[in-house]
Ligand binder design. Structure first.
Ligand code: NBG
Length: 801
């Protein structure tokens, strides 16, 4: 018998699985077949550490963390596992023996895109860090059949195509046919004293699918448990027997709708009945599951807060408050106040945005119809809040239920032990704005936890050249202790080191240039500055400001092509929510500017604009290591944190940005000389709001005026001159995010960037220092801080710090 847990036999294990799991011979196997075989071989190696982690958690009766998130934007899973297990070389050799290219096999894996952007990707980085730190944890979410849509462009317009990652088989998960829970909706409530019986009118089953999440070198492995909705009864036999086959299948269709598709909007998708069902579906299943696990070993539910910490990732799982209270009262006989205290001691809430349109509310009518018992309990929680507000003499008492709406932020806050923002500035603004009343009622509840990113994926795996250089200079401990990168700071003054650092950047740029040529047929020069803005397309992130600056730069070059230009490649990436028309208009404008600029012989290599479609995690892994300049230009006060900003800095890109979100802390860490900060501060934005007139700012800026006039005259859309009028119309009518007000400051900052880049040595120094000084932005630091300050758990002995 071969020992398949021995790393040495990876090659044998791959061959075994190719034959016995996939059913292929090497000569008939495609890249997909090899991927499936490799995935199985790698997954086998996780089983022992996975079991061992569970055994140790039970044995030591550790407190567990449950991370409830509607989204997990994982990207490729195989790549992560190979990286964390250190199997890259062995896998490469094993496949090469069959003439198969390891990278081609890795590229075959579709991204697991079960998230929209920031909050979902943060959840994925957190899973990695929880395992790396050896904290017993489960991620709980939804196993969407269709993740975030695929984006393509048709004549510059965004087209959305359904994503179907599950159709391309992936074999990471374990289906748990036995792990199912009933989830009810609708119906009515019968009161029995302080208890109630909720008789739901519709039920579905939540079935678990488990994916092991290995930490670094698999010293610890946690579980991501995703719920899939299944019908309670597959068939309605009566209509079936009458020959009405479609009607007979209706229960199945209805149930499966719940986990069918991810809502493709990260900020404004509110009020949709199906979404409320999704939220309740996964929250209720997760709570039943974790209570069952708790009760297996503990008799007394009063001990729940000492054994369980639940993190609500945004308000999406906020129904956890009323649901846990309901289970305690109606299921276990607690009185309301005791049930509330237990729930509140267990739950915590992370806020990810202050944008008013993104703060979830539900109509009381919809809530009462969908979850009648919960609506009653929400009213009780609201009374409790009113009582606490009176006791703390807060004048304008905040309410959960107001104007026939349930405010989920207020609900989550009231039911939580700790409430955190995701950067220092964001947390301050939470206290001053949306949660100012609640902060007065519960003054010790809000705290800050600045986001972080996992160095395993966002440096070790995506930037092989830099990884090897770092290993050579400071050893490998930085991978789990990222602040060790500081040790390379003195090397910023070492010319030879700088050269090597920049040669790696150039190498990465060359790979990207080849990819751009292959996929988009655009020639870009690696001598040019690679200037990258990748993130969701949203007005507050101000891709429009970048586009207008690009057009202005093109004008300046055309006027004086022989001046000493710093060549640039402007790279954009990102999707717009399908219903967000203003964002889609901006995409089309960028694409039209790209066509015009790229085909202008006068401009030539001085400026190129590239917008590859379908930006996702895997594309980010190519773009970030190749960037010279990182665009983080949101209106100050609007970007809660940003995490892309951290990934760029870590990979030696210099930031041009506003004092927003975590940019503020990045500036503190890398120092003012190694970042280009421009524009209004959050306070100045507030001050400028009164009496803001876009046209006044445009009039003050001849550069911006010229671009606006060109767009109006159809310069970028000669075949349809009015095409981009809606963008201008919106800008002039409602420049809420102050593109016009910050434009000149941005233009000037970019010209400083041009000069900076032209001085190769000085730029290289900045790049090195960005990498050296951004180690604090590791999600390991963030998770350790959640563990200490929110969850009250420590990392296990034997696991790495
Ligand atoms: C996003 C913010 C980002 C932040 C991430 C992670 C949502 C709703 N919000 O600024 O816009 O970095 O959350 O905290 O995804």
């Amino acid at each position: 018998m071969k020992d398949f847990n021995d790393t040495g036999s990876l090659a044998g294990s791959i061959e075994f699985h190719l034959a016995h799991t996939v059913g292929k011979t090497p000569d008939a196997a495609s890249n997909s077949d090899w991927r499936l075989a490799l995935s199985r071989a790698v997954r086998d190696k996780l089983i022992d550490p996975w079991f061992e982690a569970t055994r140790r958690t039970y044995k030591q009766d550790r407190k567990r963390v449950y991370y409830l998130s509607m989204e997990f934007l994982l990207g490729r899973i195989l790549e992560d596992a190979v990286n964390n297990l250190g199997l890259e070389e062995k896998a490469t050799a094993a496949l090469a023996a069959h003439g198969v290219n390891f990278n081609d096999v890795m590229q075959d894996e579709p991204d697991a895109a079960l998230g929209n952007g920031g909050l979902g990707r943060l959840a994925a980085c957190f899973l990695d860090s929880l395992s790396c730190l050896g904290i017993p944890a489960y991620g709980y979410g939804i196993r969407y059949a269709h993740g975030l849509f695929k984006q393509s462009f048709d004549d510059g317009r965004q087209i959305e195509v359904a994503e179907d990652w599950l159709r391309h088989q992936h074999n990471w998960e374990f289906e748990r046919a036995e792990c199912v829970y009933d989830i009810g909706f609708g119906g009515h409530v019968t009161e029995k004293g302080s208890r109630a019986v909720w008789t739901s009118s519709d039920q579905v089953m939540a079935q678990a699918y488990d994916t092991p999440i290995p930490g670094w070198q698999a010293s610890w492995t946690n579980t991501l448990r995703l719920w899939s909705a299944k019908p309670k009864k597959i068939f309605d036999l009566e209509p079936f027997n009458r020959g009405e086959y479609m009607e007979a299948a209706a229960p199945e269709v209805l149930a499966e709708t719940i986990s069918r598709v991810l809502y493709p909007d990260d900020s404004t998708e509110i009020g949709k009945a199906l979404r409320l069902k999704q939220e309740y579906f996964f929250t209720a299943a997760s709570l039943q599951d974790l209570l069952r696990r708790f009760l297996n070993h503990n008799g007394d539910l009063r001990a729940l807060p000492s054994k369980v910490a639940i993190q609500m990732n945004d308000t999406h799982p906020a129904i956890a408050g009323p649901e846990l209270i309901r289970l305690l009262i109606d299921g276990h006989g607690f009185e309301f106040d005791d049930a509330f205290d237990i729930a509140q001691g267990t739950l915590n809430y992370t806020n990810h945005t202050l944008l008013p349109e993104a703060l979830e509310t539900w109509d009381t009518q919809l809530m009462s119809e969908t979850l009648p018992r919960h609506m009653q309990l929400i009213e009780r929680v609201d009374d409790r809040l009113a009582r606490d507000a009176r006791a703390s003499n807060v004048g304008s008492a905040p309410r959960i239920v107001e104007n026939e709406k349930v405010n989920m932020g207020t609900l989550a806050f009231t039911c939580a032990n700790k409430v955190n923002g995701v950067s220092a500035l964001h947390t301050d603004l939470m206290k001053q704005t949306v949660f100012s009343d609640l902060h007065q009622v519960y003054p010790n509840r809000i705290l800050n936890q600045t986001n972080g990113v996992t160095p395993r994926r966002w440096l070790h795996s995506c930037n092989e050249g830099l990884r090897n250089l770092l290993n050579e200079k400071i050893g490998t401990e930085w991978v789990c202790d990222l602040e060790q990168l500081e040790k390379i700071a003195p090397l910023a003054d070492d010319a030879e080191f700088r050269d090597r650092f920049m040669a790696i950047k150039r190498d990465n740029k060359q790979k990207l240039a080849t990819w751009i040529k292959e996929t988009m047929d655009i020639d870009v020069s690696v001598d040019a500055m690679f200037d990258v803005q990748i993130k969701r397309i949203h007005e507050y992130k101000r891709q429009l400001m970048n586009a207008l600056e690009t057009a202005a730069l093109a004008n300046a070059i055309r006027r004086n092509p022989d001046a000493d230009w710093t060549p640039r490649v402007k790279i954009f990436g990102g999707k717009a929510a399908p219903a967000y028309l203003d964002a889609k208009n901006i995409i089309r404008l960028i694409n039209d500017i790209a066509v015009s600029v790229n085909n202008d012989p006068v401009i030539g290599d001085r400026l190129k604009v590239v917008y590859p479609p379908n930006y996702n995690v895997s594309m980010a892994e190519i773009l970030i290591p190749s960037a010279d300049l990182s665009e983080q230009i949101s209106t100050a006060g609007k970007e809660a944190s940003g995490t892309g900003n951290m990934k760029f800095a870590l990979n030696g890109a210099v930031t041009v940005g506003t004092l927003d979100g975590a940019n503020v802390e990045i500036a503190e860490h890398v120092g003012p000389d190694n970042i280009y900060i421009f524009g209004m501060t959050a306070d100045q934005v507030q001050d400028a709001r009164d009496g803001y007139v876009t046209q006044n700012y445009i009039d003050q800026s001849p550069i911006l005026t010229e671009v606006i006039n060109q767009i109006r005259d159809g310069f970028y859309s000669p075949e349809e001159t009015t095409r981009h009028w809606p963008v201008l119309e919106k800008l002039l009518r409602d420049d809420y995010f102050m593109v016009a007000a910050d434009f000149d400051a941005y233009w000037k900052a970019q010209r400083k960037v041009d000069k900076g880049f032209a001085d190769k040595d000085a730029w290289a120094r900045m790049a090195v220092l960005n990498t050296a000084l951004s180690g604090w932005f590791s999600s390991d630091r963030t998770i350790q801080s959640y563990a200490d300050e929110i969850w009250g758990v420590d990392s296990l002995s034997g696991a790495r710090k």
